[in-house]
Design a protein around this ligand. Structure first.
Ligand code: DGL
Length: 259
């Protein structure tokens, strides 16, 4: 098996993609990772497709300068709006993240599932093509207005968060969903809050583990695993690093940088 000591690049509109980074780091601890939190431009969810493509290109150019061997687009909004264009523009392998509708639909007994995502994801062509495959299942789509901003501000446990989550989830509970798909990489951080609201029989699904496994597959099949000594992850943010630091814990290096 070939080796490749270059780092893995990961980006998101902000802090949320660290939920994906954690899965990648847990599965592939020897890989060096460089994470970009584009918090200055968060949220991506209300931007146009063209804006999301331009921001993704900006992030990728930075990661390419850091000599990354593969890029994980740890953002559903950027994946569903830009991944086709990015794959056409660059030779480097990309791994994207999309709402995990398939496992929810396959296992749903009520044949009614809910999805909480950004407007950009739910409006995207890629999401529509995917959702249209499951005509027999009712998919209740809900935009999580305001949730990303509250997470970026470190207000996960605020009364405002609880209020917003109730307003998005209560109608889904009443509609008899048995699966809730988290279609935004920020939302796994809300799972403790969401569990307080949902009845125990409703399963929550996110895509983090699947993305980590896919990263492992691409390294094995195409790119090569790292054998380097230095595997200390680096996190860059283009805003105040305080909240990102709190999310990651003291052992990780977070640097504020223009990009
Ligand atoms: N974390 C992102 C996602 O998975 C985007 C959130 C946003 O910036 O709106 O969609």
């Amino acid at each position: 098996m070939k080796s490749n000591n270059q780092p893995i690049g990961i980006f998101d509109s902000g802090i949320g993609g660290t939920s994906i980074w954690k899965e990648i780091h847990a599965l592939l601890p020897k890989e060096k990772t460089i994470y970009l939190a584009d918090s200055k431009n968060a949220p991506y969810g209300q931007k146009t497709k063209e804006e999301i493509i331009a921001l993704s290109i900006k992030n990728i150019e930075f990661l390419l300068k850091m000599n990354c061997k593969l890029i994980v687009v740890a953002c559903n909004t950027a994946t569903t709006n830009a991944i086709q264009e990015l794959r056409a523009k660059y030779d480097i392998p990309f791994i994207g993240i999309e709402p995990a509708i398939k496992p929810a639909v396959t296992n749903s007994k009520t044949q009614i599932i809910g999805i909480l995502a950004t407007q950009g994801t739910l409006n995207s062509e890629l999401f529509h093509i995917n959702a249209a495959k499951y005509k027999d299942v009712k998919i209740i789509e809900q935009v999580g207005h305001g949730l990303v901003q509250l997470i970026e501000n470190g207000a996960i446990n605020s009364p405002e968060m609880t209020h917003l989550l109730h307003s998005y989830l209560d109608p889904m509970i009443q509609a008899n969903i048995d699966y809730l798909v988290l279609g935004c990489s920020h939302f796994p951080y809300l799972i403790p809050q969401i569990k307080k609201i949902l009845p125990a029989h409703i399963q929550i699904i996110d895509s983090g583990e699947a993305v980590a496994k896919q990263t492992q597959n691409i390294l094995r099949e195409k790119v090569g695993f790292s054998e380097a000594e230095d595997n200390q992850p680096i996190f860059y943010t283009n805003t105040n690093p305080k909240v990102l630091k709190e999310f990651l814990g003291v052992e990780f290096m977070v640097e504020e940088k223009e990009f």
